[in-house]
Design a binder for this molecule. Structure first.
Ligand SMILES: [Zn+2]
Length: 98
């Protein structure tokens, strides 16, 4: 378990251009698409979704660029526990000093 956690990453970066189109299911036809309006620009900058276009069928839409697995939540929980533990220790030290 610990060995698996050490090797695991919180988030896995995926490349949708290597995958298949959600509409026509053909592989290797997706390409990044320019954002057309303010909503799509915001989507590109803030979220993990990016705009893609299919070269063969013309499908255009947003796809995830980061995969979140069940291990991700476990690792995030581990990090949150470590952060809150460190904060608690700092709080106790500062409380005694001041
Ligand atoms: Zn397609």
């Amino acid at each position: 378990m610990l060995k698996a956690l050490r090797r695991a990453k919180a988030f896995y970066k995926i490349n949708p251009t290597l995958g298949s189109c959600p509409s026509c299911k053909s592989a290797g036809t997706l390409k990044r698409s320019h954002s057309r309006n303010a909503y799509e620009k915001m989507l590109n900058k803030i979220t993990i979704y990016k705009m893609y276009r299919c070269k063969s069928c013309g499908w255009r839409g947003s796809l995830k660029t980061i995969a979140i697995t069940s291990t991700s939540f476990l690792i995030l929980l581990l990090y949150l526990t470590l952060i809150s533990g460190a904060a608690l220790i700092k709080y106790q030290i500062l409380k005694r000093l001041l």
